[in-house]
Design a protein around this ligand. Structure first.
Ligand code: GCU
Length: 425
């Protein structure tokens, strides 16, 4: 595979988003017309590959769940290595006067190997003060560096390679203090703390870079080059979230049995996959995750499997490309990814201005995951039609369609906190 810079990799995504196709692209224009969604039949979550029906929660847990998980590993995201023996955590700062005294700011340096040249990841944690005992926590993965989630001058600036950005003063692919707080609007930190939750977050590039480098960097470089059924970048980022949870389990201020994993967009695909594989996550949140996340692949509405594999060849395992032109032959669809979280609660959010991510397809995944929840005597979204904008619905599967663009806003966080209050408190 040739190595391309992230900007070049990102361009096809932007071009398709605004309805253009790259001049050398063999891809048809994206469909945004509900009437043109092809007829499709979803694989049944409750039928084993050999045709045996799944009749109980026990059948699901012991037989079908492992089978579905294996299908996603083999055909979609790729399997990841076990927890590395050289994994180490070091608390590098702990300040109990953060955010005007409202919070404790903690940073944990994570190293993944005993080798000197190990990749390093910095986990940032804000803890509310004056709580009785360990707190439930949102673990999130961010795009632009921990220091962008809040202007707090105490947050270490990311040392990862970053895309140049004039608005943020980034010129030589190195971030500096000018980008502090630049993504603040996405993180509602004060609100999360007021509601009694901690927020832990990590820069996704600290785990693995987001460009096609033939897996020569990030945590991938500690392992042999992936085979066609082995981890792409989404699997690597999800694996990184599990390593963060390994740390959270050792932190006495955190209730590690009540950790919600949350991500936006490609990192929403990541949070769903992390939550599917790692049953220690108590709740899973997908914000505008779209194709390869919550959206049903077979609808081919907005971004398609072929397009995502073309624009972002490093995200999924190589086997996934076999389905570019025959998505109906995939042994899974994304409602089964949601089902892998069951009986744990999942929240799926869409936005009206985000047709690329197929909001209705995101809703339908949640809806069709309901049959798995029912095995456990639980209700899924509880409605059969996508609700109108700004009307959250759901029981063990929560859903809302927010008015606005592809983003994470205070409105989204308000719903995640309400949902977490219902299920984790
Ligand atoms: C592109 C890509 C999406 C992805 C999004 C993001 O638009 O096509 O699949 O979710 O980037 O991560 O912001």
């Amino acid at each position: 595979m040739t190595s391309l810079w992230p900007t070049q990799r990102f361009l096809p995504g932007i071009a398709t988003l605004i309805g253009l196709t790259m001049s050398d692209s063999p891809l048809p224009a994206a469909n945004y017309d509900e009437a043109k969604v092809p007829r499709y039949e979803l694989p049944d979550s409750l039928t084993m590959q050999d045709g045996t029906p799944v009749e109980s929660a026990k059948d699901w847990t012991e037989k079908r769940r492992p089978e579905v998980l294996e299908l996603f590993r083999k055909h979609v995201y790729g399997r990841s290595p076990a927890k590395p023996s050289g994994l180490k955590f070091k608390v590098i700062q702990n300040d109990d006067t953060a955010l005007g005294g409202q919070a404790i700011r903690r940073e944990v340096l994570t190293t993944f190997s005993r080798k000197e040249a190990t990749p390093e990841a910095n986990l940032l944690i804000y803890l509310p003060k004056n709580t009785d005992g360990p707190v439930p926590t949102f673990l999130t993965i961010n795009f632009d560096g921990n220091h962008t989630v809040h202007p707090d001058p105490g947050i270490s600036i990311t040392r990862s390679w970053v895309r140049n950005n004039k608005d943020w003063g980034i010129e030589n692919n190195r971030a500096d203090k000018r980008s502090r707080g630049s993504r603040r609007s996405r993180w509602a930190i004060e609100k999360i703390l007021e509601r009694g939750y901690a927020l832990a977050t990590i820069d996704y590039r600290d785990i693995d870079p987001d460009y096609d480098d033939s897996f020569a960097n990030g945590v991938h470089r500690l392992y042999p080059k992936p085979k066609p059924d082995e981890w792409g970048s989404i699997s690597a980022w999800a694996w990184g979230l599990s390593r963060c949870l390994d740390y959270l389990e050792t932190d006495r201020d955190i209730n590690a049995k009540k950790v919600a994993v949350m991500g936006h967009s490609r990192l929403g695909k990541t949070s769903l996959w992390a939550g599917a594989q790692d049953e220690r996550f108590a709740l899973v949140v997908s914000n505008d995750s779209g194709c390869g996340g919550a959206a049903l692949s077979r609808r081919e509405f907005g971004e398609t499997v072929k397009r995502i594999n073309t624009s972002f060849p490093h995200w999924f395992c190589d086997n996934f490309t076999k389905y570019n032109d025959r998505v109906n032959e995939l042994p899974v669809d994304q409602h089964m990814l949601i089902g892998l979280a069951a009986p744990r609660p999942v929240y799926i959010a869409s936005a009206t201005g985000d047709p690329w991510a197929d909001p209705n397809g995101e809703f339908l995944s949640g809806y069709h995951a309901g049959s798995v929840y029912e095995l456990f005597g639980l209700k899924g979204v509880g409605v059969a039609q996508q609700p109108e904008a700004d009307h959250p619905v759901g029981h063990h599967v929560g859903y809302h369609l927010r008015t606005g663009k592809h983003d994470v806003t205070d409105y989204d966080w308000e719903q995640y906190l309400n949902f977490a209050d219902r299920h984790l408190k």
